[in-house]
Design a protein around this ligand. Structure first.
Ligand SMILES: [Zn+2]
Length: 143
């Protein structure tokens, strides 16, 4: 099915194509310092396809910290963080924020906690190439 997600003001929106009807959606509450402060809960699936539409890129703050391998796309107008991307060997991977999904029933979510602190960069990138969404397109300036 196609799952829709967007930040509160709609500047960052996406369509996520996900197998299954109803789909089973892992929802990982991340234990990193940024996600603890933001209440970040993420999902991904290596077979999903993600198309992101950004209306105005001047209202997107790209926040990077720690190992510098993940980019948090923060809407600077409304403060929501709909997605995180990671570029690994010239390929873009992503996870999306479960809290911004619109047409999803809470019963489809498989909630768990995740803590990747202490993981070295190499294992972190290998894990992302296995688990993150590998088909990611970002269209900027689209309405
Ligand atoms: Zn916004």
């Amino acid at each position: 099915m196609i799952i829709n997600g967007k930040c509160h003001c709609g500047n960052i929106a996406f369509e996520l194509e996900w197998e299954g009807d109803p789909p089973e959606i892992p929802a990982r509450a991340c234990g990193c310092s940024f996600c603890v402060k933001h209440g970040g809960v993420w999902t991904s699936n290596p077979k999903a396809r993600l198309v992101v539409a950004i209306r105005d890129t001047s209202f997107v703050s790209k926040y990077v910290f720690g190992s510098g391998t993940a980019t948090f796309h923060v809407c600077s107008r409304c403060g929501i963080v709909p997605l995180v991307t990671s570029e690994i060997a010239d390929h873009l991977y992503a996870v999306v924020n479960v809290n911004v999904l619109e047409n999803v029933d809470q019963s489809w979510l498989r909630r768990a906690t995740a803590n990747f602190e202490g993981e070295d960069v190499e294992s972190r990138l290998a894990r992302r190439t296995r688990n993150w969404i590998a088909d990611v397109r970002i269209a900027e300036g689209s309405a």
